[in-house]
Design a protein. Structure first.
Ligand SMILES: [Fe+2]
Length: 267
């Protein structure tokens, strides 16, 4: 039986941007794109850009400033922000250590070709010309109180499931929903399930035993990603007796879970 395609975030095929100060890798789902983004410590602010779709930036390592329409917001490790469609935005590391984030894009992203290596979808091909952005000093305002704009995912209110063996919350954009599942190793084994849309599963902390119909069951450890296609049975639970934090990404937002992000209001 074939092995399911499990990828470590840090081993994804990366491409250089802006003279190698930004490195990116792509991973696609049916209606969304994840852009893994490494910001070099030497990166300074580059000219803002705009996108026709909402983005989410999930910041994992290091600190970075995310500027939206002239206002800079500091993201610490394990925090996130939504960049509304058409807003002028740019980001750069806040400390001396660089930063690593996962961005959630829509298929309209001009970076869709970064997922061509995946082979699950028709190749987009790299555009003939890609813009190099100029370095420009920041002249805007740094927002001191980012309450209601920047969220630390570990501090969000959670809902209990499976006798509270799983606690969950979510964060949304107009195009996607990211759910955060904090799973205790005591959780009862859940039977495989399926749905007619695809699902990205990312393990942040801990290790799960993952089942995907048609493939050998496998372990998925920290900083790994896997895609369950629509209508394919899948299941996963903690392995090794350790707590798990798993993030799932649904594009478009999964209607039956979107209430978990009601605290963000109407977008
Ligand atoms: Fe699922």
């Amino acid at each position: 039986m074939a092995k399911a395609a499990v990828y470590k975030w840090d081993d994804l095929p990366k491409q250089d941007f802006d003279g190698g100060l930004i490195r990116r890798a792509g991973f696609r789902q049916d209606h969304g794109l994840l852009v893994f983004t490494w910001l070099d410590p030497k990166l300074t602010r580059l000219a803002p850009m705009r996108a026709s779709f909402d983005k989410i930036i999930l910041n994992f390592d290091g600190e970075q400033y995310v500027e939206i329409d002239g206002k800079a917001h500091k993201l610490t490790p394990r925090s996130m922000i939504r960049i509304p469609a058409n807003a002028a935005h740019t980001n750069w590391p806040a400390g001396n250590a660089g930063a690593f984030a996962i961005e959630v894009h829509a298929l309209d992203s001009d970076l869709l070709y970064l997922a061509d290596w995946q082979g699950d979808f028709p190749a987009k091909g790299k555009p003939a010309t890609t813009k190099t952005r100029a370095a420009e000093p920041f002249k805007g305002e740094t927002v001191k109180d980012t309450t209601g704009i920047v969220y630390e995912w570990d501090k969000l209110k959670r809902e209990g499931k499976y006798e509270n063996a799983m606690m969950r919350t979510a964060f949304k954009s107009r195009g996607s929903l990211v759910t955060f599942n904090y799973i205790d190793p005591s959780i009862k084994k859940q039977p495989p399930h399926k749905h007619d849309f695809d699902q990205i599963i990312m393990i942040v902390d801990g290790t799960i035993r993952f089942y995907l119909d048609g493939f050998e069951p496998c372990e998925v450890g920290p900083r790994a990603i896997i895609r369950a296609a629509g209508d394919v049975l899948h299941a996963g639970g903690p392995e090794n007796g350790k707590h798990v934090l798993n993030m799932d990404v649904f594009s478009p937002p999964r209607p039956d879970y979107v209430y978990l992000a009601d605290y963000q209001g109407t977008l």
